[in-house]
Design a binder for this molecule. Sequence first.
Ligand code: PLP
Length: 484
Amino acid sequence: MTEKRSLFQQLHSYGETDYYPYHMPGHKRRQLGEIPEQLLKADITEIDGFDNLHQPEGILRRLQESANALYGAAETFYLINGSTGGILTAVSAALPRGGHLLMARDCHRSAYHAAYLRDLKVSYLYAERVEGFDFNEAVTPGQVEQALAKEPDIGAVLIVSPTYEGRIADVEGIARVVHRRGIPLLVDEAHGAHLGLAEGFAPGSCTRGADIVVHSVHKTLPALTQTALLHLNGDLIDREKIRRFLHIYQSSSPSYLLMAGICDAMEIVERRGRERFAGFRQRYQRMTECLRICRQFCFVPWQDIERGRQDIGKLVIHTGQSGVSGKWLYQTLLERYRLQCEMAAGNYCLAMFTMADEEEAYVRMERALLDLDGQLTRQGCGGPNEHAPDKHVEDKYAADLLKPVAAYSVAQAWDMPWKMTRMSDAVGCPAADFVNLYPPGIPLLVPGEVLTESLYRRMTDALIKELTIQGIEESDGEYFIKTL
Ligand SMILES: Cc1ncc(COP(=O)(O)O)c(C=O)c1O
């Protein structure tokens, strides 16, 4: 088997041979249903010559080494269970059972799940709002320093950068602060697998001092869903523990299609990255210039991208003073223009762009937004309508709701007996389950945290606006949550 050929090419060649499969998977590479035969032929298990992800010594080891050369990490692991598996592993390996984790409140639920599984004590970093917008910044070195000063037993720090909306943290500054304490910095860079790979893009956290970086290859590079990478640097984290937890959290039958997909994405970056990333940046910049004439919608300024504070791939379309909500904009782009965005929040809608987009992606978005912006202007927008988010309400509750107090740790609370309680009667009670506002799924309540009056009103408000909330159940027009 030659090293130069991609994993997919090798799988494909193998599928054309006359080796008969007396092994898993059960489809035996034969099309009995609707899965395309080409996929079935490449869907093998750890047969001779194809290595083993849980003990890589051949092709998979070489592929992991070339991925770590690309990102500049000391060691890289292929993940077939998304960043979810990577974050579970990173947090579990970085702290002993019962350890103390400092993490950004906007961490993905996998971080909370790791805290549950490892019985961790958790303290939170609460990011500021981005000035002029209704979403959060990444956390700052100052916030991390303050939190570490207050709680000297913190054993690891986990941040998200870029955030869902594309805000990029000062990872170097945070790493300095964290390393002064001799503890590791873990960066959930799930949305930034493309960072640091080309000129004009912000550097990635692998080269900015992070001890562990987790990338979802599938989010921002051309790869199959579920593909991800975990990168390791320095010696603050025991590598054997990383391996142990990867064995625990990942399937013992990793999909070769997914691994071939990671290999393919890395090769696209190596072979065509320079040209495609340059085109992506240029075209994206032209789009933002073109959209500057909008009178209703607002966008994160291009300077933030130049300063490395905002990711290029996330176009946050803020509804500004138009009076329409993010959800209305999302729905209108979908129904009227057939543009499917990534998500809608109270006052904005988010569209993602990657190196795989062609001219059509930009032209259609520009036309739709200019068209809608013009219509709203002609209608004399600026006043509220039924879809409009009530800014007053959001501001009034923001500070308060962001910091619910925990009566129990997530590990204690999630295993305690619970009951369904009418939401209005639940004020003052500790939650038994998460209440997440989707997307992006930042928890309003974590198991063990007490429902406050303002948080209750904020949740009611989100229900009225038909935002997606997970953890609240409706029965006969009444809302219930799980309480202890
Ligand atoms: C910030 C962040 N981290 C991690 C994840 C999990 O990534 P994956 O879907 O690759 O498991 C997500 C998923 O949306 C995310 O938004």
